[in-house]
Design a protein around this ligand. Structure first.
Ligand code: BES
Ligand code: MN
Ligand code: ZN
Length: 475
């Protein structure tokens, strides 16, 4: 699927399909289209569509009418309309299309171009079934032309880069856990490094032992799959301090000895979506050739029960020197992230943001709408909130008071790895905060937003739009 900016009026487009947007209460400027709308009793409800054949005055073979609901058109509603436009085009096997520009509330043309390209490209994502040859249908949407009055630089390629990053994130998430292992994630990072000429370092378990990463290793040791600590660096801003993104990469979370219940356990293959999202963001930024320095760090392990797995009550010493009493082996994300956060200090970061499917509690608190954000730096939290709003990949902030941190007290170590039933998302973040004291840090809990369950089961590609937007906003 390719995207182009066109300056030619939409009705002059002689391809397969032209889109006509209609707002409620406004009749269409084109009288013939309006006649069709009346004939079909078409109500321009948000995201309703009507495919027409040849329309007088339009050079294209067909015209797709898309309802936009009430004016003014909000950013959210524009995206809803785009999604229905995308499915109507795939039902009608449209090969190429022109989309008019439309006024969206609080949005400029750059936003419109990035968003249109990102959403349409992301909608075309298809799950690859293992061992099943992809059906190559000869009728797919090949070209999307986006109309613009202005001659300014096109922002479309940025939207494409974000969608490509999201596709990588979704693919990794959707892969079965017998394929997407820590080794597979490391191979994916290596191939990204090759494509974009990034610096790549992969620490093996023996390297991590030398560094004293006993907390991370305590999770990995119960699995036959060797754990890895991956770092990838993109440098395009001289010797500026880098932004560092850390992604939780548990390729399967059985819970370990604190075994999870069987129902829905397959979804714990998505416990590496933090890792997948930082790789996706890296891919997007590198594809854009943005002038920043970005490093991603991925601790990746499999959490399994085994005779040599960690047991509740075990005490380990993390790389930072702080000791941890492992009261629940299912609170493994923080155990691998804490050593990764200590490791990050070597990059002398401007800011560190970790992204993790960390707690079931965040789904109870925020559902599948906002990701949770917590930070030791209010400016960083505010920046993430604002990037979330403009990319429509939003976060909601939760507190980090010391009263919550007190819940991590242990009689046998510097801290326990769980804080009890209450405020589970916050106590998990308090645990991480103890390892992020030397830099500006934020934690994004994506347990609710990284994938969908049920009949729509699949990775969403979030929070790649948020992370990419945040980095773009720093330039
Ligand atoms: N990966 C899970 C969090 C999770 C659970 C994400 C369900 C999405 C859906 C994490 O490792 C975990 O198991 N967390 C525990 C923490 C508890 C033991 C303190 C949880 O949320 O139950
Ligand atoms: Mn767990
Ligand atoms: Zn987990």
């Amino acid at each position: 699927m390719e995207f182009f900016v066109t300056h030619q009026a939409v009705d002059h487009y002689s391809g397969d399909c032209s889109v006509a947007f209609v707002l409620k209460g406004k009749s269409n400027e084109n009288r013939i289209i309006q006649n069709y709308l009346d004939l079909h009793r078409f109500e321009p409800k948000l995201a309703s569509t009507l495919m027409l054949g040849k329309v007088e005055g339009y050079k294209s073979k067909r015209v797709l009418v898309v309802g936009l609901g009430e004016s003014p058109l909000s950013q959210k509603n524009y995206i809803k309309a785009l999604k229905s436009l995308s499915s109507a085009m795939s039902v009608s096997k449209v090969k190429n299309v022109v989309i008019p520009s439309i006024e969206v509330e609080d949005a400029d043309e750059a936003w419109l171009q990035i968003t249109t390209a990102r959403v349409l490209k992301n909608e075309s994502y298809k799950v690859k079934k293992v061992g099943v040859k992809e059906e190559i249908s000869d009728i797919v949407l090949e070209a999307v032309n986006i109309y613009s009055q202005n001659n300014g630089a096109s922002e479309i390629q940025k939207g494409v880069a974000i969608a490509n990053g999201m596709a990588l994130t979704r693919e990794l998430g959707d892969l079965p856990p017998n394929i997407c292992t820590p080794t597979y994630i490391a191979e994916t990072a290596k191939s990204l490094a090759e494509t974009y000429n990034l610096e790549c370092e992969i620490l093996e378990e023996s390297d991590m032992e030398s560094l004293g990463m006993n907390s991370l290793l305590s999770v990995s040791k119960g699995s036959i799959e060797p754990g890895k600590l991956i770092s990838l660096s993109y440098s395009n801003a001289g010797n500026e301090a880098p932004i560092v993104l850390v992604g939780k990469g548990v390729t399967f979370d059985s819970g370990g000895i604190s075994l999870k219940p069987g129902q829905g356990m397959d979804e714990m293959k998505y416990d590496m979506c933090g890792a997948a999202s930082v790789l996706g963001a890296m891919s997007a930024i590198a594809e854009m050739n943005l002038k920043v320095n970005l490093t991603v760090v991925v601790p990746t392990v499999e959490n399994m029960p085994a005779h040599n797995a960690s047991k509740p009550g075990d005490v380990v010493k993390s790389m930072s020197g702080q000791t941890i009493e492992i009261l629940n082996t299912d609170a493994e994300g923080r155990l691998i992230l804490c050593d990764a956060l200590t490791y990050c200090e070597k990059f002398k970061p401007k800011a560190v943001i970790d992204i993790a499917t960390l707690t079931g509690a965040v789904i109870i608190a925020l559902g599948k709408h906002h990701s949770g954000v917590m930070s030791n730096d209010q400016k960083l939290a505010d920046a993430l909130k604002s990037s979330g709003l403009s990319s429509l990949d939003t976060v909601w902030q939760l507190p980090l008071d010391e009263e919550y941190d007190d819940l991590l007290k242990s009689n046998f170590a510097d801290m326990a790895n769980i804080g009890g039933r209450e405020a589970g998302t916050v106590t998990a973040a308090c645990f991480l905060a103890r390892y992020a004291k030397n830099y500006s840090w934020a934690h994004i809990d994506i347990a609710g937003t990284a994938w969908l369950g049920g009949s729509k089961k699949g990775a969403t590609g979030r929070p790649v739009p948020l992370l990419t937007q945040y980095i773009m906003d720093q330039v």
